[in-house]
Design a protein around this ligand. Structure first.
Ligand code: SF4
Length: 354
């Protein structure tokens, strides 16, 4: 563990703090799992591609439409211990004001993006007079036809009002982030009570049992704290006297008695509604921020593999159909055709495994 902790809070540090304060502490103290899954790497690569295309759009289409304006690309600014690299700043020379364009590969703006832009806004306010804060995201109704049409691919959403409404909160949060980053002991930083895909489980839950109180459905934070206060971490140790609703009690009881619960009558009622032949469909998709083929919009799932079983009668034997597309073209076309042909041979019920 390093002796000296960096006192700078970057934009990604700040967002990590917003995700969970302990994650920022763990990053600054080099105790975080830095491994990147293939899927996350794919998202990063996709984001980089969108960034490249956005630069092309801003520099070759947007700026020429606004003569005299200047594009400042990926400049870094700081305000004391806080810094951020801004995606794109447009200097409106005539008014000597600036607009910020934050580039996102999403098709909309969520709360996290507002915090992200507000963190930058607070820093930028120390350097420039900013007119508007835009998120340049992908246009969800754009459908590709031929080459990417850059002027239709992006939407510049003005979130200035939201940014201004979030400023004071972000000012407070960034100070908290700085304080947390400099703490020596992780115990002083509150852990979340929803451990999931934990990047630093050895800090929060070094001995998390396989079935813990966090697996009890919809158990509120105060109730989790109550159990933790009693030294109870395993679901099986929740006392019978502890107030739980019916579903929670059912789960706790199964943990306590180490048994499974199968609601046979509900399952039976569902299965009785089905008519033969039954079809069982499983399929795989991939997703691309930029539409790869004609007819697709941004962030659309692309089906490339399916597995289909057919059962004609109870106790009958299963017939299996499957296909994986190996092509550089749109893989879903051949799949749709094969599934449609198979399914059109009979009236059917499809059961999807997602
Ligand atoms: S419990 Fe898991 S998800 Fe929550 S702060 Fe700790 S490591 Fe992060």
């Amino acid at each position: 563990m390093p002796n000296q902790v960096s006192t700078m809070i970057s934009k990604s540090d700040f967002l990590l703090y917003c995700e969970a304060p302990r994650h920022l502490w763990a990053k600054k103290h080099e105790c975080i799992d830095q491994q990147i899954s293939d899927f996350v790497q794919h998202l990063i690569d996709d984001g980089n591609k969108v960034e490249g295309i956005a630069f092309e759009y801003l520099s070759t289409i947007f700026i020429p439409q606004h003569p005299g304006d200047q594009l400042l690309w990926q400049q870094t600014y700081s305000d004391g211990p806080y810094n951020a690299r801004m995606d794109a700043l447009v200097h409106k020379v005539r008014s000597d004001k600036y607009d910020l364009y934050e580039i996102k590969s999403s098709t909309g703006v969520d709360k996290d993006i507002v915090y992200d832009v507000t963190f930058q806004a607070v820093i930028l306010g120390k350097h420039f007079s900013i007119d508007h804060f835009y998120v340049l995201h992908l246009n969800k109704v754009y459908i590709r036809s031929g080459e990417l049409d850059l002027s239709s691919l992006f939407v510049a959403e003005d979130i200035s009002e939201k940014v201004n409404a979030t400023r004071s909160e972000v000012l407070h949060l960034r100070e908290e982030a700085l304080r947390v980053a400099q703490l020596v002991d992780s115990e002083e930083v509150e852990a979340c009570l929803s451990p999931k895909d934990c990047p630093c489980p050895e800090i929060c839950h070094p001995n998390l049992p396989e079935f813990s109180i966090y697996d009890i459905p919809y158990l509120s934070k105060p109730r989790k704290r109550e159990l933790l206060g009693q030294g109870i971490l395993e679901a099986k140790d929740i006392p019978l006297s502890f107030d739980l609703n019916d579903k929670q009690r059912l789960v706790a009881e199964r943990a306590r008695t180490n048994t499974e619960h199968v609601d046979k009558s509900s399952l039976g009622a569902e299965l009785d509604r089905l008519q033969y032949p039954l079809w069982f469909l499983d399929y795989e998709t991939c997703i691309s921020a930029l539409p790869m083929y004609d007819g697709y919009h941004p962030q659309q799932q692309i089906v490339f593999q399916y597995s289909l079983h057919r059962l004609d009668q109870p106790e009958g034997s299963l017939q299996h159909f499957s296909h994986i597309a190996v092509t550089t073209g749109d893989p879903s076309l051949s799949l749709y055709l094969i599934i449609a042909q198979a399914a059109s041979k009979a009236s059917y019920n499809l059961i999807f495994f997602l």
